[in-house]
Design a protein around this ligand. Structure first.
Ligand code: DAH
Length: 362
C-alpha cells in the first residue's frame, strides 16, 4: 500500500546517507575503520539497506525512478569506498618507502648453539692422546655379570666392593654369585671382556659410565671412568710409568711431576696410585707460599689422579692367557674427576644438573 510521505522519506534518506557516508569515510585512517563505516551503511543492518526495504511502500510511478537513484548511490558508495581503501594502501606504502631503510647488516636473531658436555670434551681429549699412542677404543655393557665385575678380576668373594651397600644389584638381591646381574662398578670389566675376545698384543682404552651407591659433593651414583690396559711379552712397569707420565703431561701441563705410590687393587700386582703436581697452585713453579694456601691439594702440592698396576697373573689365568708368557699394565681414572680438575669445578653434581648457566661456561 503506497504511503503519501514515503517518497519524501525515501528521498531525504538517500540525501542524508550520501552526505553522512562521505563525511564518515573522510575521517577513517585504516582499513578496519573503513570497513566498519561501510558496514554501517551498506551492511545487512546498514542505513541504505534499511531504506531499500521501504521500496514496496513507494507509489508505483515513482518506484522505478527512486530505485535507480538508490542504485546509483550504492555504486557511488562502492567507488568512494574503493578509492578510500586505495588511498590508505598508498599511504602505508609511501610511509614504508620514506621510512628508515631495511638494514641487512643487522645481526640475525640469536639461537643458542648446543655444545659438548665438559665430560664429553674431556673424554675426547683423553681418547685423542691414547689413540695417538696406538691404543684402540673398546666399549662394553653397563649391565654386567658379577663374575666380569669381580670374580675374574681377582676380587675375593667377601671384598667390601661386592657388598650391596656399594653395588647396585639387579633382580634377586643377596645372591653374590657369578651369574648375578649388576650395574658395573668399574670399567675394569673391559679388561676381562676384551682379553676373552682377543689375543695379545693389545692396547685398549675404554671410557664409560659406572655405578656405585655413593652420593656426596665428590661422589655421584653414576659417574664416568676410563680404563686402559696393554698386554704383550716383556711389558714392564717402566712402560706403565712412561705412558701415564706422558699422558698426564699432555692432558694437563708439560711441566707437571708425577709420582707412583704403592696401593692395592685386586687385579694388579704391584698396584699403585698416581699423584701429579697440583694444577691449581701450579706446584711445579715452586711458589711454596701459594701451595701452602692451596685448598685443592691441601698444601701438599700433589693430587691423586688415577690407579694403576701390572696386571695380576690371576687375571691372565681367568681369561685363558699364558701368565708365564705375557705381562701387561692397566690403569683406571675418573673422567668426572679429570673434568673437575681441568675446569676447576667444585661439585660433581654440577656435571649432572644440566643447568645451561653452568654448561655454557665450557
Ligand atoms: N677399577 C679401579 C676403581 O674403580 C680403578 C683402577 C685401579 C683401574 C687400578 C685399574 C687399575 O686398571 O690398574 O677404583
Amino acid at each position: 500500500m503506497a504511503e503519501p510521505d514515503a517518497v519524501q522519506t525515501f528521498e531525504n534518506g538517500l540525501a542524508e546517507i550520501r552526505g553522512a557516508y562521505a563525511e564518515a569515510l573522510r575521517a577513517a585512517r585504516s582499513e578496519p575503520e573503513l570497513r566498519l563505516i561501510n558496514g554501517r551503511y551498506v551492511g545487512p543492518q546498514g542505513e541504505l539497506t534499511k531504506l531499500l526495504k521501504l521500496m514496496p511502500k513507494l507509489p508505483g510511478e515513482q518506484r522505478r525512478e527512486l530505485g535507480q537513484a538508490a542504485n546509483a548511490l550504492k555504486q557511488e558508495i562502492q567507488s568512494t569506498f574503493d578509492e578510500a581503501l586505495q588511498s590508505i594502501f598508498r599511504g602505508a606504502r609511501e610511509a614504508e618507502l620514506n621510512g628508515p631503510p631495511l638494514d641487512v647488516t643487522l645481526p640475525g636473531r640469536w639461537q643458542m648453539p648446543g655444545r659438548l658436555h665438559p665430560i664429553t670434551r674431556v673424554r675426547n681429549e683423553v681418547l685423542d692422546i691414547f689413540v695417538s699412542l696406538g691404543f684402540d677404543i673398546a666399549d662394553g655393557p653397563e649391565v654386567e655379570l658379577y663374575e666380569n665385575c669381580f670374580d675374574k678380576l681377582g676380587f675375593p668373594p667377601d671384598h667390601p666392593a661386592t657388598d650391596e651397600q656399594d653395588t647396585f644389584f639387579i633382580g634377586a638381591t643377596g645372591s653374590r654369585n657369578a651369574e648375578s646381574v649388576l650395574l658395573r662398578t668399574q670399567t675394569s670389566t673391559i679388561q676381562i671382556r676384551e682379553m676373552m675376545k682377543r689375543e695379545p698384543p693389545l692396547a685398549i682404552v675404554s671410557p664409560g659410565a659406572v655405578y656405585r651407591r655413593d652420593d656426596d659433593a665428590t661422589h655421584s651414583p653414576m659417574f664416568f671412568q676410563l680404563e686402559g690396559f696393554l698386554v704383550d711379552e716383556d711389558v714392564t712397569f717402566a712402560e706403565l710409568k712412561g705412558v701415564l707420565t706422558l699422558f698426564l703431561r699432555r692432558l694437563f701441563d708439560e711441566h707437571i711431576a708425577v709420582r707412583f705410590r704403592a696401593s692395592y687393587f685386586p687385579f694388579v700386582e704391584p698396584g699403585g696410585e698416581v699423584d701429579m703436581s697440583c694444577v691449581f697452585c701450579r706446584a711445579w713453579e715452586g711458589d711454596r707460599a701459594r701451595t701452602a694456601q692451596c685448598r685443592v691439594c691441601k698444601g701438599t702440592g700433589w693430587m691423586e689422579i688415577l690407579g694403576c698396576g701390572m696386571i695380576h697373573p690371576v687375571v691372565f689365568e681367568n681369561v685363558g692367557y699364558d701368565a708365564e708368557k705375557y705381562t701387561g699394565f692397566a690403569f683406571g681414572m675418573g673422567l668426572d674427576r679429570i673434568a673437575m680438575l681441568k675446569y676447576g669445578i667444585p661439585n660433581i653434581k654440577l656435571l649432572y644438573e644440566n643447568d645451561v648457566r653452568f654448561l655454557s661456561q665450557f
